[in-house]
Design a binder for this molecule. Sequence first.
Ligand code: NAP
Ligand code: MG
Length: 492
Amino acid sequence: MTKKTSKPSRELIFGDLWEFDPAPETADPKLKKRYDLFINGKFVAPKSGRYFDSINPGNETKLVEIAQAGAEDVDTAYRAAKRAFDTVWSPMPGHERGKYLFRIARLLQDRAREFAVAETLDGGKPIKESRDFDVPMAAAHFFYHAGWADKMAYVAPGRTVKPHGVVGQVIPWNFPLLMLAWKIAPALAMGNCVVIKPAETTSITALKFGEILQEAGLPPGVVNIVSGAGETGAAVMNHPIASKVAFTGSTEVGKIIMRSLAGTDQKMTMELGGKAANIIFEDAPLDQAVEGIVNGIFFNQGHVCCAGSRLLVQESVAESVLSKLKRRIAVLRVGDPMDKNTDLGAINSREQLERITKLVASGVKEGAEMHQSACKLPVKGFYFRPTVFSKVSMSHRIAREEIFGPVLSVLTFRTVDEAIEKANNTAYGLSAGVWTDKGSRILKMSAELKAGVVWANTYNKFDPTSPFGGYKESGFGREGGRQGLLDYCKLA
Ligand code: NAP
Ligand code: MG
C-alpha cells in the first residue's frame, strides 16, 4: 500500500488515505487453445467445424476458441444421454450415483483456484468472488445433492419418486459454473441425465467441468455439454427426447421458450429476471443496512438476477442513507478483475455495457439525480462506475426495467403499506430485502412481499439447502433444497 500525500478530510475513510498496490492472482487457469463439445464422455469437434472466440472482458483480449454446436450435435448429445439413462444411470442404485456426485464435488475443490481464475478471466467478475463464492458454492451444491441421491423416497414421503429421463438445460453468463451446478447436481441426484448449454460469453468453466466429469469417471452420456449461441439453446429446449427443460436467463427469452413449447406437455422450470426492492426502515442499523445494500447491488457488478436494484428508504432517514451510500461507493475499487483487492470487476460483454449505459442515460433524461463514483477506469475492457440515482419515481425506466449492472435506484416511502405497495409494483418477483429492528415487521413484510426470497437484515445469502425461485415474470419452479428436487422427479 502507498500512502497518499493529500490531506485527509474530516470525514475520514480508509480509501481516502490509501492507494492499493496491484495484487494480481497468479494461479494458472490451465486453458486449452480450443474447447470442443463434451458429448458421450468425450470432447468432440462440432459437425459444422465452427468455433467462436471467448474474450476476456477485463482487457478485451481473446482467451480461447469455443465449439459452436448445431442442431445435429445437440441431437447426438440427446441420443447419448438417452442411452446412458436407459442402460446405466437409471438402473444404478442411488448410493452409487451419490458417489459420483461426491467425487465431482471433491475434484472441484481440488481444482478450485484454477476454476476461479478461469471464471474471472472469462466472465469479468472479481477474483475474490469467484474464489470465495462461485467455486465453493458450486462444490457445496454437489456435496448437498450427493447426500440426496440415495434418499429419493424422502423427497416426497408416501409417493413413488422417479426421474424424468433426459433433461435439457440452458444457463446464463452471470454465475457460469454455479448455475451449472444448480442445474446438474439435482438432476443427477434424482437419476436424470443432462444436456446443458452454457452462455456464449462464458463457456470455459462449463467445458472444463467436462474434464472433471472424465476424472470422476462419470459414465459417458450422463452429462453432455453443448456450447453455442441462442439457436443452440433453442435446439436444447425443443428436442423431442427432453422429458423436462430448465432455463435460467432473461424473461424475454423465457417467454420465447414457453411459446415454443406451448401445447406440449413438456415439464419446465424458469428462473428469470428480477427487480428486487431492498427496504430500509428508520429503526434499522443504518451503517449495517448500507453495507447490505452495497453488497446487494454492486456484488458481481450487479449481474445478479436477485440484485437489490431498487432501494426503498423511509423518508425520515433518506438523506442520511443517501449520504452514507455516496461515501461508500466513492471508495469501491473498480478495475482489474484478477486483482485480489478489486470490488467491482468488468461488465460481462460490450453489449451488456451498452445496455447499462443506455438505461442510465434514460434515468438522467427522465429527471432522476445521478451520483457516480469518480474512480479511474482501466482504458481497455468493459467497465461501469458504481451509480446511485436519487429522486427516482416509479414511472422511471430505471425503477421498472432490469438493468443488470451496478446501478441503484433510490425511492422513498412513509408507511409500511406504502413500502409493500411500491416493492410489489413490478412485473418481477424474485427477491426482496427488509432492514428493520422489529421482528414483527419482518414477519409482516415477508408475508406480503411477492418475492420468492425475502432476506431480513442481510442480503444475497445463498445455501444449497434453501430453495430459490420467483413469482410472476421472475419464473416458476425452485432450485435448491428439497423443493428444488421436486422439479427433477416424477411423483406417482
Ligand atoms: P438470456 O439472453 O436470456 O440468455 C440466457 C441463456 O439462454 C444463454 O445461454 C443464451 O445463449 C440462451 N438463449 C438465448 N436465446 C435463446 C433461445 N431463443 N432459446 C433458448 N436459449 C436461448 O439471458 P442473459 O442475458 O444471458 O442472462 C441474464 C438474465 O438472466 C437476466 O435477466 C437475469 O435476471 C437472469 N437470471 C436469472 C436467474 C434466476 O435464478 N432467476 C439467475 C441468473 C440470471 P447466449 O448466451 O448464447 O445468448
Ligand atoms: Mg468471455
